[in-house]
Design a protein around this ligand. Structure first.
Ligand code: BES
Ligand code: MN
Ligand code: ZN
Length: 507
């Protein structure tokens, strides 16, 4: 296997556009652009800019691209890529992030290894957010999904990204570092999700998690099958029974020196390294995609690594229950009863509803370790994909103020979420004749009953559940989003912790 991502060197400068030295110069251009600060663009492009504008070939619509060569003797960079930035008033950090990705991908496709991005003076997006987003975007472009091809040419990596900031911008050092770390760990999560399940077994996942965590300065323990049994995590053990691979629980601790007292963020991520459905087996179509069913776990791991590297000012505990969900002679069967570590009993009506089972024991463990505020992330339900599609994650939880904080964090991160209800009425759908509840509520409201099952294990702490079943994997490439694992929720969770001061006094 060869490297699947690389974090380029990132620098900032205040140089004039003409002096920016890179293989490709990226210039965001608005629909209604007066070229303030870039009045040389037309001369430098040998008149191409005006011609493209008047022909309607380039309008500045969001994410449109126009590549032009630079006339000798004008600007230093040999090529410039104009990227549509849309309406000046509609500019968001997410749009800048995508422009960064477009620029990075465009360079790599042309076998170029350095880009300079000319950030224009922008209103509406704060300077530090703009810097962070552009850096994240450019790093997200430095990722390849295919890592096991032997005949493919080696990918070309961006080695250097230079950001040119408008004169008088505030010190960008912190934003640059945030962008670098969050971009890098989003890619680390993507690489994990892309790994096939014969390579990324629960043991391998926990080994890699350990390495990643230690390198980032986190404290980490990995519970093996004996320790899991000693804790009586009957839901996790039940799911793991059908597999020849033993389960693991990765436990991560972020303990900053300066942290608010009495607040411990508890993050729990679904770590199913492959989901066949178990005895309630899935159909063959697209089953291969179920290698990404540990994306929630990868998001928790990578977000916590980022928190540690960036010194997020809040204590945080991460719990990642990891197992395969397999059929087999020892596998649990529909109708079986499992007992959770917390003591609650579950009638397993469908072995394919395994994610909520392992989250149940994971959430209990996070609470046992002292979590005061919970967030879980999981590729939990196909029903969430039906409800919200493939670009928006489902956001569930209670109380409303806590859900709101996670929503704000996701907005900063550029991970799209949309709120879904957790009304008690839906709980009737989980009624069991012989256990405390069943693990499935049927088709109607399937994403919501999944969330309500998980809620049973939150001990009434503030809790949010993010269903990333639709968003963890991009089926088709977009100019700003390569195909494959997306690393969704890494930045949301990290942003939540980085800006903890904004919610701690609300508790
Ligand atoms: N991992 C799947 C959810 C999933 C489905 C993720 C499609 C990505 C794409 C989960 O474990 C699952 O199988 N859920 C079942 C629950 C049902 C049996 C109640 C589902 O959604 O069908
Ligand atoms: Mn399943
Ligand atoms: Zn699953």
């Amino acid at each position: 296997m060869h490297t699947v991502h690389k974090t380029p060197a990132v620098t900032v400068t205040a140089k004039a556009t003409r002096d920016l030295d890179a293989d490709l110069l990226i210039i965001p251009v608005f629909e209604d652009d007066d070229l303030a600060g870039e009045s040389e663009l037309d001369t430098a492009s040998g008149g191409e800019y005006t011609r493209a504008r008047s022909r309607g070939e380039f309008t500045g619509k969001a994410f449109e691209q126009f590549l032009t060569s630079v006339s000798p003797g004008t600007w230093k960079a040999p090529r410039a890529l104009l990227v549509g930035a849309g309406g000046r008033k509609d500019l968001t950090a997410e749009r800048l992030r995508r422009i960064g990705t477009i620029g990075g991908l465009a360079a790599r496709q042309r076998r170029m290894t350095s880009v300079a991005i000319a950030l224009r003076p922008v209103d509406g997006v704060k300077s530090d957010r703009a810097v962070q987003a552009l850096v994240e975007g450019a790093i997200l472009a430095n990722f390849e999904g295919m890592s096991y091809k032997t005949a493919e040419p080696r990918p070309v990596w961006l080695e250097h990204v230079e950001l040119r900031l408008p004169n008088g911008s505030p010190d960008p050092a912190q934003a640059l570092e945030r962008g670098r770390v969050l971009g890098e760990y989003t890619n680390v999560a993507r690489a994990l999700s892309n790994e096939p399940s014969n390579i990324l077994t629960p043991r391998e996942f926990s080994d890699r998690a350990k390495d990643i965590a230690i390198a980032a300065g986190l404290r980490v323990e990995v519970l093996d099958e004996q320790q899991i049994a000693a804790l009586e995590m009957g839901l996790l053990l039940g799911v793991a029974r059908g597999s020849g691979q033993p389960p693991r629980v990765v436990v991560l601790h972020h303990e900053p020196k300066k942290a608010a007292k009495g607040v411990v963020l508890g993050l729990v991520g679904k770590g199913i390294t492959f989901d066949t459905g178990g005895i309630s087996i899935k159909s063959a179509d697209n089953m291969d995609k179920m290698k990404d069913d540990m994306s929630g776990g990868a998001a928790v791991l990578c977000a916590m690594a980022a928190m540690s590297r960036l010194n997020a000012p809040v204590r945080c505990i991460g719990v990642i229950p990891a197992t395969e969900n397999m059929p087999g002679g020892r596998a649990i069967k529909p109708g079986d009863i499992l007992k959770s570590a917390e003591g609650k009993t579950v009638e397993v009506l469908n072995t394919d509803a395994e994610g909520r089972l392992i989250l149940g024991d994971g959430l209990w463990y996070a609470r046992k370790l002292g979590a005061t505020h919970l967030v879980d992330v999981a590729t939990l339900t196909g029903a969430c994909v039906v409800a919200l599609g493939k670009t928006t994650s489902g956001l569930f939880g209670t109380p409303a103020w806590w859900v709101e904080q996670v929503r704000h964090a996701s907005e900063r991160a550029g991970d799209r979420v949309w709120p879904m209800p957790v009304f008690d009425d839906y709980k009737d759908l989980l009624k069991s004749e012989i256990a405390d509840f069943t693990n499935t509520g049927g088709h109607a409201g399937g994403a919501i009953t999944g969330a309500l099952f998980v809620k049973e294990f939150t001990g009434n702490l503030p809790w949010v559940h993010i269903d990333i079943a639709g968003t963890a994997w991009a089926e088709e490439a977009k100019p700003y989003q390569p195909k494959g694992a997306t690393g969704v929720a890494v930045r949301t969770l990290a942003e939540l912790a980085l800006d903890a001061e904004s919610w701690i006094n609300l508790t």
